[in-house]
Design a protein around this ligand. Structure first.
Ligand code: SF4
Length: 450
């Protein structure tokens, strides 16, 4: 059977999608090999979150074409959605699939083995005829009608489950809505069915992923068609993110859920109150702040201010406890960010004291409002501000570890670390090590201290 390799760039969502392709093609008899090995096909799932990601994608496509001239390369993902023509022009590329065509990729590749040519609807000219790459239909409108359900497997302890895709926020620095389309999600029935499939693999922890995960509840027009006949899925627009959490909480075999990232204005007090009652949803929240300056938040087009954000953090701590791990996203060097405004962000972070800061230097993205601004910040200043926040992050993270050192909690052991010790993460996302015991890998164990 043909050999295929997979390369994933970018976020957890991309990993879930690639893993889903891998499962589907392995079931069709494809032999999945490492990307460094020679293969008949290579599927590359791309990212476009920064200018650097675009470069990386182009380079890896060209690298595969160079190292394996006979390999048929198929490209999907966010960079493919925004640069399909550029990618299609790279020798070796036989297919480029945008946000709305992701559920056609596996069939296209399978079609290429059958000597019938990779027939795919909406492909320019209708089929891959060996001349020039097949490009799927127009992205946005198509993307709204479909969602490509996905979850990752193959890891022993954790799986990324895609429950939502796309975004309607159009923050002024972001290209994701253009790359992934409008916000939409699978139904609760389908999320539960996938969680049960993950539990059947013996996996104990699920990370709920999406582009704007908390925006769960919007359904595409053909949910059943995507997941095939017989799947019970009443598309009820009234399904909310809290409904989803409650349904997943009852799935047998899954012991822990992490929410990969959630907008501050989408984690309602009602959700917090429910989690505080003692559920499988872990005390670990990754919440994008982006800036601690209200002026910059307005310029970014964000849907909250710092007062709202701080109140939300305080409420979660008051209801769930001070052991909650907050991972906060911050962009430094957004156009117009003066030293004074950066210091406002720095002081705000010192006040709310998260356990970790995910720091991103602002990256100009063609097609965004912020890219047109004249008051761009110099790279050297961005580098300085990144360093300042990295220093702060180190201090805050060490402080959080100290605060939780004597807390009794549960750890899910994942495997052997470089130290040779057994490693796993606590409920509030702290790394814990213990002498290696094979029988404990994949198990949730109570510990008295970190
Ligand atoms: S919320 Fe804003 S930053 Fe996040 S994906 Fe949507 S548009 Fe991009």
């Amino acid at each position: 059977m043909p050999k295929i390799s997979f390369i994933t760039l970018g976020c957890k969502l991309n990993y879930a999608e690639t893993s889903t392709y891998e499962r589907a093609l392995a079931q069709k008899g494809f032999v999945c090999v490492d990307w460094r090995q020679k293969a008949d096909f290579c599927l590359i799932n791309t990212c476009t979150v920064t200018e650097h990601s675009d470069h990386k994608c182009r380079n890896i496509i060209k690298k595969i074409a160079r190292q394996n001239p006979d390999c048929k390369i198929v490209v999907t993902g966010c960079y493919a959605a925004l640069a399909a023509d550029d990618i299609a022009a790279i020798p070796g590329v036989v297919g480029v699939f945008k946000a709305g065509e992701k559920h056609k990729v596996a069939a296209f590749i399978e079609g290429l083995t059958g000597g019938e040519g990779g027939k795919v609807a909406g492909c320019t000219g209708g089929a891959y005829d060996g001349r020039g790459a097949c490009k799927g239909g127009e992205g946005e409108a198509e993307a709204l009608k479909t969602i490509f359900p996905a979850y990752s497997s193959g890891e022993r302890t954790r799986s990324f489950l895609k429950v939502q895709d796309g975004c309607d926020n159009y923050c002024t620095y972001c290209t994701v809505p253009f790359a992934r389309g409008h916000s939409r999600s699978i139904t609760i029935a389908q999320a539960v069915a996938q969680a049960q499939a993950i539990a059947a693999e013996g996996i104990k922890e699920i990370v709920l992923t999406g582009v704007n995960t908390g925006d769960f509840g919007k359904h595409p027009e053909n949910v059943d068609e995507v997941l095939g006949p017989g799947t019970e899925s009443p598309c009820s627009p009234s399904e909310t993110f809290l409904d989803l959490l409650k349904a997943l909480n009852d799935v047998e075999g899954i012991e822990r859920y992490r929410i990969s990232s959630i907008e501050p204005n989408l984690i309602s007090d009602e959700i917090v109150d429910w989690i505080a009652q003692g559920t499988k949803i872990l005390p670990h929240f990754h919440i994008p702040l982006q800036s601690g300056s209200d002026e910059i938040l307005r310029e970014m087009g964000r849907h909250y201010d710092t007062a709202f954000f701080e109140k939300k953090i305080e409420y979660i701590r008051s209801r769930i406890g001070n052991h909650v791990f907050f991972g906060i996203d911050v962009i430094v060097g957004f156009p117009g960010e003066t030293d004074e405004l950066f210091n406002t962000t720095y002081d705000f972070l010192c006040r709310i004291r998260p356990a970790f800061i995910h720091i991103f230097p602002y990256s100009r993205r063609r097609g965004t409002v912020a890219d047109l601004r004249k008051d761009q910040v110099q790279d050297i200043i961005k580098t300085y501000r990144v360093a300042k926040l990295e220093e702060l992050c180190k201090t805050l993270h060490e402080e959080f570890i100290e605060k939780n050192r004597d807390r009794s909690c549960d750890v899910l052991y994942e495997g052997r670390g470089r130290s040779g010790m057994m490693q796993g993460y606590t409920d509030n996302y702290l790394l814990h090590e213990a002498p290696y015991e094979a029988s404990l890998i994949g198990k949730i164990v109570r510990i008295d201290k970190l």
